[in-house]
Design a protein around this ligand. Sequence first.
Ligand code: SAM
Ligand code: SF4
Length: 382
Amino acid sequence: MGRLRKRLCGCITKKDVYPMEPENQRRTAAQPLNLVLKPVQRAVQDGEAVSLAQQVSYDQFRRAISYMRVSVTDKCNLRCVYCMPEEGLPWIKNADILTYDEIERLVRAFAPWGLQKVRITGGEPLVRPHTAELVARLKVVPGIRDISLSTNGVLLADQAEALAKAGLNRVNISLDTLRPDRFKEIARRDGLDKVMAGIDAAIAWNFQPIKINVVAMRGFNDDELLDLARLSIEREVHIRFIEVMPVEENLELEKEAHISADEILYRLLELGEFQPVPGPAGNGPARYFQLPGAKGTVGVISPMSHNYCDKCNRVRLTANGGLRLCLFGDNEIDLRTPLRTGASLADLGDIFKAALKIKPERHYLGIGKTASTMRAFSQVGG
Ligand code: SAM
Ligand code: SF4
C-alpha cells in the first residue's frame, strides 16, 4: 500500500497515494553521548537530599527521556486475541508487584532527572484497587506535570469521578469494535456496553484529550474502520488506529491480520478528504487527520511500517519493578531489589541515568517476527 503525500492544499485524497519507499527510518549513527549533568540545587524530600531543579536527561542517541509508562498490574479482565491467551498468562506473584509507595518513590527519584509525564497502564490498571490514590500521589511529585491512564474502559465509568478528582489529566481507552458479538470474539469476554459507558464518563469528567485506541486487524475489525472513525465526528475524541505488533503469543495472528497504517488511511478516504492536523496534547507517535466538520481527530500509529524510534522519549516500569528501556528488546533493569534493600532516592536516580545509556536505538520487529521474549504487552505495560 502506498504512502500518503500531502497536497499543496494540505488535504489528503486518493490521488495522493503513491508506492511506499523502502523503509528508511534509521537515524544516522549518533555519537554516543555521555550524560553530562550540571550540579543541581538540592532539597530535602522524605529526609533525603534530592535535586530540586529538573534536568533533561538524554540517552546515548540524544533523545530526551521525559516519559514513563508505569504498569501497576499484569492482570486483566479481558483476553484480547492480539494480547494474551484465553487462559491468561503466568501472573506475577503478588509479593513481587511494586506497592504504590515503591512506585511513588521511583517517580520521585526520576523526576529530578527529567521525568515529567507518567502513564498508568497494565494489564488493566483499573482492576488494581485504588488506582485513583496512586494518581493523587504521583500528581504532587515535583516536576511531574502530566498523569495519564491507558484502560480497556470496562471499569472506567465506576472510577472516572475518583480519577478526575485525583487529578488524572488524560485517558486512552481501547475499543476495537462497536459490535457486542464481535467484542466478545476479540476480547473473549463481554463488556462493550461498559466500555461505551466508560467513554461517556471520560467525556463527562472532561479528561483532555480522550484517545480511543483501535488495534486494526484484517479479518477481525477492518470492516469497521469507517464506523470507528466516525466516532470522532460527534464526540471530541481522537480515534487512533494501531498496527498490530508481534509478540510471542500472537505471531500467526499478527502475520495474517496486519494492516499497514497507509492502507488504513487509504480506506478512510471513503469518508471524504481529510486534513492533516497537529493532533491533541500529549501526541506521541501518531499522525493525525480531521474529517470534515469533526470535533475530534483520526490518527494512525505505525510501529511496523514506519517506525518512529528516533523520537522515542519513554521508558517503561513493569509491575514487578523492571525498568524496560524499549517495549521490544529484552534489556531490563531490576529496580525492585534496590528499592527493597534501602537504596536512597539519589541511588535510584543514578540507576535511571545509567539505564538511559543502554536504551537501544530502535526495535527490530518484522511482520510475523518479534524481537523480544515478551509474551504479551500486558507483561511490560503496553
Ligand atoms: N488494558 C489496557 C488497554 O487495553 O488499554 C492497557 C494495557 S494494553 C497492553 C495498552 C494498549 O496496547 C492497548 O491500546 C492495546 O490495544 C495495545 N496492544 C496490546 N497488544 C497489542 C499488540 N500486540 N499490538 C498492538 N497493540 C497492542
Ligand atoms: Fe487486557 Fe489491554 Fe491486553 Fe486487552 S490489550 S487483554 S484489555 S491488557
